[in-house]
Structures are given as structure tokens and as C-alpha cells.
Design a protein around this ligand. Structure first.
Ligand code: ZN
Length: 567
């Protein structure tokens, strides 16, 4: 249920007025006043159900993997990472940190769920409910904690137009915008968050002093310096060059999604992880088939005539040990691709890191229960982590297949992305998955995928679609999944059993319908015809009542995990 009534709101205002007028409370009085304020604060009544969407899950690693030196390095890296939590609390909202302190001080069993949900969301706005508040009535400022809470996007634009000399600083990825008197000022991150960054840098330097790996030592010292200088180029580049390390870290300001006002400001986060070299070797096996996979795509040459050399960014597999900040808020990250700096992307490429233990935890806690609800008993038994993991790997490498550039009827050459505009990601994400699945028979023929595991792949694929559809049936993100599901269903690859109210895969038809869909998507991209894509999404991008019912049936299955780190 969403909070919609205003009960208690006027009391809250009165309380703030009293505070503003300079009332002072003694310690005991302060406790009582916090409780009073809390009681008069409007809040949702279904906090328990909201919290139950996240199933507490241990995230751990095999301690035998590391020697003593590596363990000491790991400890220091975790301490550095924890500083990112502190910064992200300030970035995610203007009010979250104060609320957290109040709830901690109250230490009241009746507020335990609120505190936990506040921690999961890094603020009083529900990340699974379009950022609507679950404590208080204030909507989340689109600029989160990066800009003045009451500043509109129009005002910011107007201000910059009137003060072009301040544009660069105000729009900088690594600055916060504040109001001073009647003007806006930009405060660089290394100033704004200095008290949190200095200890982080210190821990990184201590880790650097302990490690015996030269590339890690160089990276950690450079990263420590960069956190304090606010220029991340050199250490981002050194991160790409890390080699032969088990223990690694990603730390600093990276993604800009938290800033929904302009998508300019980067949020701090950290991943501490252990490389899984054995698994990486297995993945590399796929890359040797990439050229042949491109050749066997079911389309004319012009839809697949791209040179694949240089497109293969290395795929890394790691075991997550600890995360902090942006990456820990709400739904947990399965994989990340860094750095974001375009200069380094051009010079050295990127690294893609899959967090295998996080994927496995989500699989067990979410995908398995989903499959038991939506699939026939026999098909549910075929759902496997092996298939889930391999599908994701295939998806990632299959982004490279097809074409990136198109020539429009008027002769202009552009990217598929620009031609398909806002619909690009729905089509591209679907393409990567479907082209990967289309390649399964080829990979079986090559002996890379065992023939007797083919069923696991299609059943896991179907169960996975229901997992995605839960995140929203009526938005761009859900469309990429719906179009696959609807298309294959229409062609008979997935069959709904009315009596059992469950789906099963039709083994004969599914291959054929996947190939048809791969062909359709590759042609949509290769033609770059925006109107054709709109028509296609209009036809296949919407759920029918049956699907909505099935998704509704999943409401008691957790949406994600809430990690409990055991290091
Ligand atoms: Zn993708």
C-alpha cells in the first residue's frame, strides 16, 4: 500500500517550527522528542511486506583461497570500501542520514523494519516503488543529494545560461551543487566529502604497503591519490592493467543513475572481490566461436558484416566479498563494466566483471521459486544455475554480433543506437539474449555445450523472463523481455497449460521460434528504421491478462537479496 493520507503532517511542521525557534532539549528530552517526532511522522503501514521483498542472504568466500598477506590486504580494502557507504548516504538524499541516526538512537523494536528498509534504500525513498517515500511525504528530489532539494531542472538550466563561466564546474561529474546567497556554487567532491575520503585513501595506501603484487600496489597508491585529487584518470587506467591478482577493489564515484535530474553526478561505490581465474578460462572458450557465430546468424550478409576484431572486452568472473554505496542500494549488482571514462575506453577498453556468487544467490533465492510457480514440474526441474550463468555470458558477448552502424535510406550513416532512439535498448538487450540462444545448436554441434543440457537452457530462459517482468511490465525495461516472451509464445515455443496454469517449453518449436526472432531483431537493427521498431514493440511489447496474472502470482517471492557479508 502506498502512503496517501496526510495524518500527522501538521504536527510535524509544528515540531520543526519549534526546533527552528531554538528549543533545546536535554539528552532524555531529546530521546523523547525523537520518539514524538517519529510517531507524528506519516509512514507506510506495510513496511514488513516491503522488507520481505529482500531476502537476507549471506555473501561469503572460501577462506582457503587467500594466504595471510592477501587476507590482510582484503581487510584494509573492506575498511576503505566502508567509507563509500558514508558518502553515498549523503549523495542519495538530504534527509536519510539524519533519519537513520534518529532510528538508531530510538533503538525501538517497533521501528526495526523501518531502519532496515532505510538502510537497504539508503534513504526514505523506496527504490522498488519508483522512489516514493515510505517515511514522510516529501517526494525524492530528482537530483537526490547532489543539488539543492528544491531546485528544478529548469532553474538550473536557466542559471547556467546566465552564468556560462560557471557551467563547467556546475555540470562537472565530480561536484555537488549548492546554493549560496542567491547564486549556485559547485563544490568538488574531494572538498565536500574530504572527511570520508581521507580515511579511505589511508586504508588503500596501507593495503598497497602490504601487497606483494606490483600492479596492485601501483593501482592502490594511485587510487588513494586520485580520491583526494578528484581526477581518476590514472588509477582508472591502472585498474585495467591489474594482473595476476586474487584480491581487487573498485572504489570511487562511477555511475550517474542516482542523479535523475541530469544524469551528471557520479555516485560513490565500492566492490571488493576475489578473481575466479578458473571460471574466466571457461568463458574465454566462448570467444573462439564468436566469428563463426556471427557467420551462422540467420540473416543476409549486410546485417552481419561487422568486423569483430577489437570488440571483445575481456570477461572477468569474481567472487564478491563486500560492496558499499551505490552498488549496495536496492537491487544488487550482478556484473559491472568499468571504467566509464571514454578516454580509457578508447585506449584500453573496459573490463566486465561478473559477480558469480551474487548471481548464484539470486538464482537460488528468486529464480528457483519463480520456476516452481510458472513452469510445469518437469520443466522446473531442468532450471539450473549452469544454464543461467552461461546465458548471461552468451548475452554479454552477443552484444558484439549483428551491426553497430546503419545506412539510412537517405544515405546518412549513423549508429543503430541513434537510429532507434529510445527503443534501442529494448531491442539491443533482446537481440543479445536471442542471438545467444540461436547459437546454442551451433555450440552443441561444436561440442562446447553438452547436448543433454539443452533443455536446461530454454527452461531457465523462460523462468528468467518472469523474473525480469516483475520489475515492470509497462516500462521500457520490461519491453525487451516481453517482446521475446510474446513472440516465442505466439510461435508456439512456450505453451500455457490452462488446467495446470503453468508453462512448458515445446522442444521442437522453441529452437525455430528463437531463430525467427533473432532474424527479426537483427533486421530491425540493421535497417535502423525507427517506425518499424515502434510497430514491432507495439505488437509484442505489452502483456496480456494471463501474463499479468502469472506475474501477480509471484508477489510473495522475494524481489532481490539483502546481502549479509561474512568476511
Ligand atoms: Zn546487455
Amino acid at each position: 500500500m502506498n502512503l496517501r493520507n496526510n495524518h500527522g503532517f501538521s504536527i510535524l511542521i509544528l515540531f520543526f517550527l519549534l526546533l527552528a525557534m531554538g528549543f533545546h532539549f536535554g539528552c532524555k528530552g531529546k530521546q523523547a522528542s525523537i520518539k514524538e517526532k517519529w510517531e507524528s511522522t506519516p509512514k507506510v503501514t506495510d513496511i514488513h511486506e516491503r522488507l520481505a521483498q529482500f531476502v537476507p542472504t549471506e555473501i561469503f568466500y572460501d577462506k582457503n583461497l587467500l594466504n595471510d598477506v592477501q587476507k590482510q590486504v582484503l581487510e584494509k580494502l573492506i575498511l576503505a570500501a566502508k567509507q563509500m557507504d558514508k558518502i553515498f548516504w549523503k549523495q542519495a538524499s538530504h534527509t536519510g542520514l539524519a533519519l537513520k541516526k534518529e532510528l538508531e538512537e530510538m533503538d525501538d523494536p517497533s521501528t526495526k523494519d523501518f531502519l532496515r528498509y532505510l538502510e537497504i534504500n539508503f534513504g526514505p525513498y523506496d527504490r522498488l516503488d519508483e522512489n516514493n517515500p515510505f517515511i514522510g511525504l516529501e517526494a525524492k528530489p530528482p537530483g537526490a543529494g547532489f543539488y539543492p532539494a528544491d531546485m528544478s531542472g529548469d532553474y538550473f538550466q536557466g542559471y547556467i545560461t546566465g552564468a556560462p563561466d560557471k557551467k563547467k564546474a556546475l555540470e562537472d561529474t565530480y561536484s555537488v551543487v549548492k546554493r549560496k546567497d542567491n547564486s549556485l556554487i559547485a563544490i568538488p567532491y574531494n572538498e565536500e566529502y574530504r572527511e570520508d575520503l581521507e580515511p579511505a585513501a589511508q586504508y588503500l595506501k596501507e593495503a598497497a604497503a602490504i601487497t606483494t603484487n606490483t600492479s596492485l600496489k601501483k593501482f592502490l597508491n594511485q587510487r588513494a591519490a586520485d580520491l583526494l585529487s578528484n581526477d581518476y584518470y590514472q588509477s582508472d587506467s591502472d585498474w585495467i592493467d591489474l594482473e595476476d591478482n586474487l584480491v581487487e577493489i573498485v572504489i570511487g564515484p562511477f555511475e550517474v543513475y542516482e542523479d535523475s535530474l541530469y544524469g551528471l553526478k557520479a555516485a560513490y561505490e565500492a566492490f571488493v572481490y576475489i578473481n575466479d581465474f578458473e571460471e574466466m578460462e571457461k568463458i574465454k572458450g566462448y570467444l573462439k566461436y564468436l566469428d563463426e557465430m556471427q557467420k551462422t546468424l540467420p540473416v543476409a550478409q549486410k546485417y552481419k558484416d561487422q568486423d569483430l576484431a577489437g570488440l571483445q572486452s575481456p570477461l572477468n568472473v569474481a567472487i564478491e566479498v563486500f560492496t558499499a554505496g551505490d552498488s549496495k542500494a536496492g537491487v544488487q549488482t550482478l556484473a559491472f563494466i568499468l571504467p566509464n571514462d571514454e578516454r580509457i575506453r578508447e585506449e584500453k577498453g573496459t573490463k566486465k566483471v561478473f559477480l558469480k556468487n551474487v548471481m548464484e544467490a539470486k538464482f537460488d533465492q528468486i529464480l528457483v521459486p519463480i520456476s516452481k510457480t510458472v513452469l510445469s514440474k518437469e520443466d522446473a526441474e531442468n532450471v539450473s544455475f549452469w544454464a543461467y550463468f552461461n546465458e548471461i555470458v552468451l548475452h554479454e558477448i552477443c552484444h558484439a554480433l549483428g551491426v553497430n552502424y546503419v545506412t539510412l535510406p537517405d544515405g546518412t550513416k549513423t549508429t543503430v543506437n541513434k537510429a532507434l532512439k529510445e527503443n534501442y535498448s529494448a531491442i539491443e538487450e533482446a537481440k543479445a539474449t536471442v542471438v545467444g540462444l540461436h547459437s546454442i545448436p551451433f555450440l552443441i554441434e561444436k561440442g562446447w555445450i553438452p547436448k543433454d543440457r539443452e533443455k536446461e537452457i530454454y527452461t531457465t530462459y523462460l523462468a528468467g523472463m518472469f523474473r525480469s517482468m516483475r520489475f515492470g511490465l509497462h516500462e521500457a525495461h520490461g519491453m525487451g523481455t516481453l517482446l521475446q516472451y510474446n513472440f516465442i509464445r505466439e510461435q508456439g515455443g512456450f505453451v500455457f497449460d490452462e488446467a495446470l496454469e503453468q508453462f512448458h517449453v515445446d522442444w521442437e518449436t522453441v529452437r525455430y521460434s528463437i531463430t525467427n526472432l533473432a532474424q527479426t531483431l537483427l533486421i530491425l537493427e540493421g535497417d535502423g528504421n525507427y517506425e518499424n521498431v515502434v510497430r514491432f514493440l507495439d505488437r509484442f511489447g505489452h502483456p496480456d491478462a494471463l501474463t499479468e496474472n502469472m506475474v501477480a502470482k509471484l508477489k510473495d517471492i522475494p524481489v532481490d537479496i539483502a546481502p549479509e557479508y561474512k568476511y
